[in-house]
Design a protein around this ligand. Structure first.
Ligand code: NI
Length: 176
């Protein structure tokens, strides 16, 4: 197990599509996932995608704490989830805005529109395909992490960069 270096916005590994994992059960994939989880917990972060640790493979890890879930029906907490070769399907056209941060864009936060509800599917480390439906914050986390696999960082999803700023400044703005 090791804590990996996190790539920051501007590094090319964050800007290009990641490759599908040929065999989710391969020992080297398990080792990558273990390091990703350790890195995410150390950071700390709520999710991490493999390109963020300079590994251009379609793997994300995340968890959803109950306190972060919204009132939107279907926004449920999730234990640590390993999602390999994910597929996302929005379940409606509805979008919600919410502030996001990213370990690759340290110190900053921005207001991003995401699909309110979606279905996601992928493989776990045993090679089993699983599928879930999610909404609200849970759906937001999945969209954010899976965007990393397509070389997209959250500022690229923003329609108003006036809503991007340093966390400390944005907190002051919310209080005033
Ligand atoms: Ni991120």
């Amino acid at each position: 197990m090791a804590i990996l270096k996190i790539a920051r916005m501007g590094h090319p590994v964050l800007a290009r599509p990641a490759e599908p994992v040929a065999d989710p059960t391969a020992p080297e994939i398990r080792a990558i996932v273990e390091d990703m989880v350790e890195t995410m917990i150390d950071a700390p972060g709520t999710g991490l995608a493999a390109p963020q640790v300079h590994i251009p493979l379609r793997i994300v890890v995340f968890f959803v704490r109950k306190e972060r879930c919204t009132e939107i029906p279907g926004d449920e907490p999730a234990d640590l989830t390993v999602l390999i070769n994910p597929e996302l399907t929005p379940l409606s056209e509805e979008m919600d805005k919410g502030f996001e941060g990213c370990l690759s864009v340290p110190g900053m936060t921005g207001n991003v529109a995401r699909y309110r509800r979606l279905r996601y599917a992928g493989y776990d480390l045993d090679g089993n395909r699983f599928e879930r439906e999610a909404a609200g914050f849970h759906a937001r986390v999945v969209q954010h992490e899976c965007d990393h696999l397509d070389g997209i960082l959250y500022p690229q999803r923003m329609d108003d960069l006036g809503e991007l700023g340093f966390v400390e400044e944005m907190r002051k703005r919310q209080i005033s």
